[in-house]
Design a protein. Structure first.
Length: 88
């Protein structure tokens, strides 16, 4: 069976892909957006609203952490059969 052997590598790739997709989201919204979190941060910067800037950064951080936790949960469920695997 090929799938069980490839699953750990696939999940590592998925974690990296989700991390880079969140970074891409941040960059794209900061460069050219007329709505969304990046737009909110840019508007807050224009009007010196530091609290809104921090709120936007916290939202981005929560999105990144949530994406990582989803993959960790998948690892815990899908790799429970491996003797060397220790869920954290």
């Amino acid at each position: 069976m090929l799938l069980p052997g490839a699953l750990p590598g696939f999940l590592v790739g998925l974690r990296f892909a989700l991390a880079y997709s969140v970074l891409g989201l941040v960059a794209a919204e900061q460069v050219n957006a007329d709505s969304g979190i990046g737009f909110m941060i840019n508007q807050a910067q224009t009007y010196d609203r530091v609290d809104e800037i921090y709120l936007g950064l916290v939202i981005y951080a929560v999105l990144g952490l949530a994406a990582d936790q989803v993959v960790r949960l998948l690892e815990r469920v899908l790799l429970a059969w491996r003797p060397a695997f220790q869920a954290r």
